[in-house]
Design a protein around this ligand. Sequence first.
Ligand SMILES: Nc1ncnc2c1ncn2[C@@H]1O[C@H](COP(=O)(O)OP(=O)(O)OP(=O)(O)O)[C@@H](O)[C@H]1O
Length: 337
Amino acid sequence: MAKHIEVKNLTKIYTNVDKEFKAVDDISLSINKNDIYGIMGLSGAGKSTFIRMLNRLEEPSSGEIYVNGENIVELPKKRLLEYRRKTGMIFQHFNLLSSRDVKGNVAFALELAGWPKNKIEPRVDELLELVGLEDKRNVYPSQLSGGQKQRVAIARALANYPEILLSDEATSALDPRTTVSILELLKNIQKKLGLTIVLITHQMEVIRKVCNRTAILSDGKLIEEGSTKEIFLNPKNELTREFVSHIAPETENKKEKMKITGKQMLKLNFQGEQAEKPYISDMVKKYGLDVNILGGTIDELADDKVGHLLVEILGSDTDRNSAINWLKENKIEVEEV
Ligand SMILES: Nc1ncnc2c1ncn2[C@@H]1O[C@H](COP(=O)(O)OP(=O)(O)OP(=O)(O)O)[C@@H](O)[C@H]1O
């Protein structure tokens, strides 16, 4: 995969009164071309500061950001403007101009970029079709729903054929159903236009639905990074585990009880097609065991699925061990919890 954005030791220090505060603390990561790269963290983790440094709406205190191999931290003003034009951005509160109608809002980005007048209208029509708003071209933002406003903002962000789209909590102000439709739109335009999308969110659902790679931030630091599949399948950090919690509260109680009674609970991690195959019933038949199923989930990811099952396997130690080995031979991860 070709690297599109490479961030090296990026740090942002704010000075409040005379105290220094690291909002982003020495983050290094790589984003490939055509990724939908999710950055997740709690409020105050540094997500906004991080993404705003990617187009230098925020100036880094130190570190480098290579985009197609060029360090954009060092870009002179004119080149920075050009780069920003090729890096669209959408926001939680849409940032539309209330005095302009839908077509005027989209045209604004083209006017700023110096497009000739006769080329603006056909491009606006093309963009409105792309986001499904052809019939709203003469409507003002105050007459639009949140989802429609975000579609206008997306059309505007795509106006100058960007290679990168930055999304700053674009679905946070939307209801769940509208969130899904905007995420679907992002997924479609990514494919259609070959974009690289970087999005920040505090919702793991957003990551699950659209992102192929994910970074988790906490207190300005990168605490985990990898394919979304790996993060859902095998979260390493405590906080990531919490975000991807596969274990319902009642199962947590059972887990505590089992600890007290000395019983062993296993977590089985399935991926892709495995998540739908009847491994447990096959294992029961093969080894003559009993299995107590304590909980389970299947997470549908953007382009894959992962499943988790919490079980207690009842039988002799030898049969149990053989069954566990058989699961492992079938490439199912088995974890003692
Ligand atoms: N201009 C600023 N001056 C001082 N501190 C700031 C400034 N901007 C952000 N911060 C601080 O930096 C930290 C990270 O903020 P940031 O907005 O990047 O976090 P976030 O993860 O996007 O949070 P949220 O989801 O709440 O927006 C916070 O503690 C915030 O108070």
